[in-house]
Design a protein around this ligand. Sequence first.
Ligand SMILES: [Zn+2]
Length: 239
Amino acid sequence: MTNSSLAAPDATLVERLATANRILYNEGVVDGFGHVSVRHDRSAGHFLLARNMAPALVTPADILTFDLDGTPIDAGDRRVYLERFIHGEIYRVRPDVVAVVHSHSPNVIPFAVTKTPLRPVYHMSGFLGEGTAHFEIRDVAGNSDLLIRNSALGRALATALGVRSAVLMRGHGSTVVGTSLEQVVYRAIYAEMNARLQTQATALGAVTYLNAEEAALAAATNDTQLARVWELWQRKVER
Ligand SMILES: [Zn+2]
């Protein structure tokens, strides 16, 4: 499909993406930085992402369409995020992924710098499965500003993510993927929560994590409850 023949995305999807931006700010996952994207509903080779701005301020009018190379097709003179390559390169290699959150959520940072995987300490974070992946940008880029600012770095990050639900980025943050906007927002919020709880639990003693089967069963159940928490989080940002 050429860009000129690309159909407009579903208006409710654009609306939900704007809401997702505000929820992630309100729940402490993103601050002035970080972003969330969703795959275009009419073209698997495109995704939707806000223009370069603070997530808390995003409205539907700020949502742009990009191809998987990270090239915006309708940005005009609006600035785009430096790290848009995170999104396109993950969508390229993970056909199951429909939404991506990249953040610098604070409780996750200590795990990334110590190469300690996040593992599920409770049922809410069953999506963490057997643990997060780890990405060391220095192995790919040498000394850099740590940002995923081109396709090659995006590809390396996507490779590090592999089949997992989240990848920790040393000295930077994390990227979480999901099969829907509602699911990826849930995962980003509970990854941050799990990080805090895992740090607390580790200080107390040896931790018994959910095993792989418990994690999978819990994740499947949680996926049936996404509408319930989304409705709550949405209400909080509409007030
Ligand atoms: Zn970043």
